[in-house]
Design a protein around this ligand. Structure first.
Ligand SMILES: [Zn+2]
Length: 434
């Protein structure tokens, strides 16, 4: 099979490399799945030339925390009192859908993210064995984890093992790879977490866990005699660079320091935390202490979408408010939290997250001509505070075009949305009355 070669030519290229190199105009070339050229538009152009005049090229965005099947539940859990969302509202909805519906929701969620310029996701849910096929079909790069709970722990571990055998845990070898997904610190006891740590050690898989996401979680862990959820994980050796903790909404400042000192990867989901808990996680403190921060959209029913442009903006605004300081969380840092830093958080910083020769050709083109992003004085500020996911015009993953002219290339959007609508129909009778 011949290797496909592309040269993308655009008005602007933000590489997000260590020196934040920019080319205006610029080009990105790739051979097969890898980037072979980044620089000014070359005189000799090889392969398929894609003219992206009026666009800026960026590395594909990395969403470090999401639950694709929960696309089905968007709009069904609104303005819920603190403490009721998961047990009181989500679980009854989840009981009404089966694997077929979850698959349909996952594919629709993947479609939503692809069209918004997301090329890598960390996805986790129950029944991941059923959902994985949809994520793989979407063309996204993805680390997937099956959610583990004390209830049904053995069966869950067997499912995780089966996923490991199916996809492996090495992102270098497989576009879809497996992480381990203990649900949270209150729903996972020491015995289960010890098994997770041992399996992580044996397989090389990363661990993904929700941390201090609710007051009930903190209370449950304190009732076991720990000072907090972070101390509990730390006592099990489960804070560190190969563990991705999501939210941290109710961590104390002291706990945030411990998370940071261990160089833990943190999935910061500002709009989800704001909407479901009315809180901003102490992420600035974790970052100052050494944590690697990536942004996550969380699920479509949390916030209510999976647009990383919206998430950058929200992260900037909320963290400025929390810090009482408009210089906090500068735009350049926020753009890193969906590209190079997010890739590092998932352990794929050598593969994606910047446009550099030898890295995987995960590239997006964002329209820079719409009225709401003009004038183009400051590309970084425009991307963080003015652009929207719907401004993404083209998406490539592993050198393959997945979105061109804002339309999916491989996925049948009409069919996927019809299947998603059909799958969510069973939920209508329990739609919440206000
Ligand atoms: Zn989550």
């Amino acid at each position: 099979m011949s290797v496909s070669t592309y040269t993308l030519v655009a008005d602007d290229v933000l590489t997000l490399d260590a020196a934040s190199t920019r080319y205006s105009p610029g080009a990105v070339g790739f051979e097969g799945a890898r980037i072979s050229y980044v620089g000014p538009p070359p005189n000799v152009r090889t392969g398929t030339i894609v003219d992206l005049e009026g666009c800026v090229l960026l590395p594909g965005l990395v969403n470090v925390h999401t639950h694709t099947p929960m696309w089905l539940f968007r709009g069904l859990t609104e303005d819920v009192p603190r403490g009721e969302w998961l047990a009181g509202r989500m679980r009854p909805l989840e009981e009404r859908v089966g694997p077929r519906e979850l698959r349909a929701g996952a594919l629709a969620g993947c479609l939503e993210m692809l069209l918004g310029g997301v090329t890598t996701i960390a996805d986790r849910y129950s029944d991941m064995g059923e959902i994985a096929g949809a994520v793989e079909e979407s063309g996204l790069r993805a680390v997937i984890a099956h959610s583990l709970y004390d209830a049904g722990a053995e069966r869950g571990l067997r499912q995780s093992q089966a996923l490991l055998e199916r996809f492996g845990a090495d992102p270098q070898r497989s576009r879809v790879w497996v992480g381990l997904g203990p649900h949270a610190t209150d729903t996972c006891g020491r015995a289960l977490l010890r098994e997770v740590a041992a399996l992580a050690e044996r397989s090389g898989a990363r661990v993904f866990i929700h941390l201090a996401q609710s007051q009930a979680e903190v209370a449950a862990v304190r009732a076991r005699g720990y000072t907090g959820c972070a101390a509990y994980l730390d006592s099990l050796g489960l804070l560190g660079p190969t563990v991705v903790v999501a939210h941290g909404t109710y961590l104390t400042e002291e706990e945030a320091d411990v998370v940071g000192r261990r160089r833990t990867a943190v999935a910061h989901c500002p709009s989800s935390n704001a909407k479901l808990e009315g809180r901003v996680a102490p992420v600035a403190r974790m970052r100052r202490a050494g944590a690697v921060i990536g942004l996550g959209t969380d699920a479509a029913c949390c916030n209510n979408g999976m647009d990383l442009f919206a998430e950058m903006r929200t992260a900037g605004l909320l963290n400025k408010v929390r810090a009482d300081d408009p210089t906090a969380f500068p735009a350049a840092d926020l753009l890193r939290m969906v590209t190079s830093d997010a890739a590092a958080a998932l352990g794929v910083g050598d593969l994606v997250g910047s446009l550099e020769i030898g890295k995987r050709a995960d590239v997006i083109a964002v329209d820079q001509q719409a009225p709401h992003v003009q004038p183009w004085h400051d590309p970084v500020a425009n991307l963080v505070y003015a652009a929207r996911g719907s401004d993404v015009r083209a998406v490539f993953v592993d050198g393959q075009p997945l979105v061109l002219d804002r339309r999916p290339v491989r996925l049948d959007a009409e069919r996927i949305l019809a299947d998603g609508a059909q799958a969510s129909r069973a939920l209508a009778p329990v739609a919440v009355v206000r």
